[in-house]
Design a protein around this ligand. Structure first.
Ligand SMILES: [Zn+2]
Length: 114
């Protein structure tokens, strides 16, 4: 366990790291405040990362409308799943909607279209 996590959580972590990268890049720009052009480039780059993360957050919003609400059989909490197989957002229990995959070892490959 821990190798996989729920897809939405993964994307959320990605969006959050984009914000951090954006702030770090902008912060780095402060060290070049004597060179206005270099500082501006850093500021714009940082802003682009933050815009990218906003886009990713928007994408999560879109994806969320496609998720299916299920009650996790392991922890009993309501979780959202995306695709044929996903993981519980709370306890990482593998979940599937496909009867033929039930009991099989969790593999994210099942979500790829053949
Ligand atoms: Zn669970």
């Amino acid at each position: 366990m821990g190798k996989y996590s729920s897809k939405i959580n993964k994307i959320r972590t990605f969006a959050l790291s984009l914000i951090f990268i954006g702030f770090i890049v902008m912060y780095a720009g402060i060290f070049f405040r004597s060179h206005f052009l270099v500082m501006s480039i850093f500021m714009i780059l940082g802003l682009l990362f933050i815009i990218a993360s906003t886009v990713v957050y928007f994408w999560i919003g879109l994806l969320s409308t496609k998720t299916i609400q299920v009650v996790c059989p392991n922890c009993g909490k309501q979780t959202k799943m995306l695709g044929r197989v996903d993981m519980c957002m709370y306890c990482n229990e593998p979940l599937t909607l496909d009867q033929s995959l039930e009991g099989k070892e969790f593999d994210e490959q099942y979500n790829r279209k053949q």
